[in-house]
Write a protein that binds this ligand. Structure first.
Ligand code: SF4
Length: 443
């Protein structure tokens, strides 16, 4: 049966603006509490499910503060010798890496993907990128085709820099291009302009990484549908292997939120309009042989981002290195302290890390919820894989939720898969939220 939205009264009015990457959700730590490596993370025991893991490396410095960003950690301090300043930070990352590599949990497992992000990961020199990659490969077991992703600002992605990091082992670059429209870049408060963005994309494609990902944003305050179409169509001319079409989030309390409240930036569009933009992106990108296999990232065959696939869809451990990095180990979602100075001090004092927020310990049911949220995010839950992983039928475990979603025409189910319908894609954030345990819900 095909549902039309006007035929049914959906319970949703607006979508939850939360980061679905973190489940169970992070909670700020109350004073004095911390995480115990022995008791909580069980680093001295082997993993329970699969022996794969990923590594996230945070470079917590930015040149400017973009208007709505949940990843800003701090500005790059003014210093005469940037290379020496960053060397000190890289030294701490390497010490922290060793703190994990010698533990039973990670000695008996294999790293499938590394994500060097931020902040601004491209503030590392190519020599520092090499140092991190060489160290990972020498102290951890890694899969033979390991994905090493470097995220960066187009300003840093010069031809020379990109050629060097490719030679040193980076397989995927993710370019924070966002838009070619000056007014959109201005609304975001990026440090690059459209010429620099285009040059970085051209260079990366020409050099020939396994995967070049270009980040685009839609529903930026003031952005029009016409501008969104122009951005998509012009990036398709470069034919990158991956295009990330991000629905811009204005987080409460961010600069963008303040500017909108003061009338200095236009409000964002309603969900119907945003959905039209998203559907346009899906159909244009599908026509051009891209499919959305993980979380708003449209890729050509053979270029699905392994870091997200393994960390989220397979729900493995994530080692978090650096200030502000988020990890997931033994069912604890946690974030390393946001302050880079505090982080360096702790590492130099021989501590593996201190966290500033942490989730509750995920129960078996939370692991199932996490699995469904992340796999529905990629539009499909494969029933047999769920059964293999948890020894339980998803349609029985979550009968009430799936019945409700079916009734509203938000999902469809066949013998082997559960996926979102077109209506479900429109309300996808609300659908994922259905799988949050009641005590974690905030809206
Ligand atoms: S450069 Fe990236 S991390 Fe830094 S403020 Fe802008 S969006 Fe956030």
């Amino acid at each position: 049966m095909t549902y039309k939205e006007k035929d049914i009264q959906l319970p949703y009015k607006e979508e939850p603006k939360i980061n679905f990457f973190y489940y169970p959700p992070l909670k700020d730590l109350e004073g004095g509490k911390s995480i115990s490596i022995k008791e909580d993370l069980k680093l001295d025991q082997k993993m329970k499910y699969i022996s794969l893991f990923t590594i996230y490396i945070s470079i917590p410095y930015c040149r400017t503060r973009c208007n709505s960003c949940c990843c800003f950690r701090g500005f790059l301090p003014h210093c005469d010798d940037k290379e020496a300043f960053m060397d000190e930070y890289v030294e701490c990352l390497i010490r922290q890496m060793h703190g994990y590599s010698n533990k039973v949990r990670f000695r008996n497992a294999t790293c499938a993907a590394v994500y060097i992000g931020g902040g601004t990961a491209s503030l590392l020199s190519s020599r520092q990128v090499k140092r991190l990659i060489d160290e990972i490969k020498s102290i951890f077991q890694v899969v033979s085709d390991i994905e090493i992703n470097l995220e960066g600002n187009p300003i840093d992605f010069t031809r020379e820099y990109l050629e060097s990091v490719k030679e040193y082992g980076v397989t995927r670059v993710s370019i924070g291009y966002q838009s070619k429209i000056p007014s959109v870049l201005q609304a975001l408060n990026t440090s690059h302009n459209s010429e620099i963005g285009s040059k970085a994309v051209e260079n990366a494609i020409d050099i020939g990484f396994h995967t070049v990902n270009v980040d685009l944003l839609y529903n930026v305050p003031g952005q029009t549908f016409q501008q969104w179409k122009e951005d998509l169509n012009s990036i398709l001319e470069y034919a990158p292997e991956s295009i990330s079409a991000g629905d811009y989030m204005v987080y409460e309390g961010s600069n963008a939120d303040r500017l909108i409240k003061r009338g200095k930036l236009p409000k964002q569009h309603e969900v119907d309009v945003v959905n039209q933009w998203y559907r346009y992106a899906c159909s244009l990108l599908n026509e051009n042989k891209y499919s959305e296999r993980v979380r708003g990232i449209f890729t050509k065959d053979g270029h699905v981002q392994q870091y997200v696939k393994v960390s989220c869809n397979d729900s493995t451990d994530i080692i978090a290195l650096g200030a502000g990095a988020c990890g997931f180990i033994n069912g604890f979602q946690f974030r390393v302290t946001n302050s880079s100075e505090l982080f360096k001090k702790q590492i130099m004092n021989g501590k593996l890390f201190e966290v500033d927020s942490i989730s509750v310990h995920a129960t078996e049911r939370n692991f199932m919820e996490r699995y469904i949220i992340h796999n529905l995010y990629s539009e499909v839950v494969k029933i047999s894989e769920f059964v293999k992983r948890f020894g339980a039928e998803p349609l029985e475990e979550f009968k009430n939720i799936f019945d409700k979603l079916l009734n509203y025409g938000l999902i469809e189910i066949d013998n082997s898969e559960i996926r979102l319908t077109d209506l479900g894609k429109k309300w996808r954030r609300s659908v994922y939220y259905e799988f949050h345990e009641e005590k974690f819900k905030i809206v």
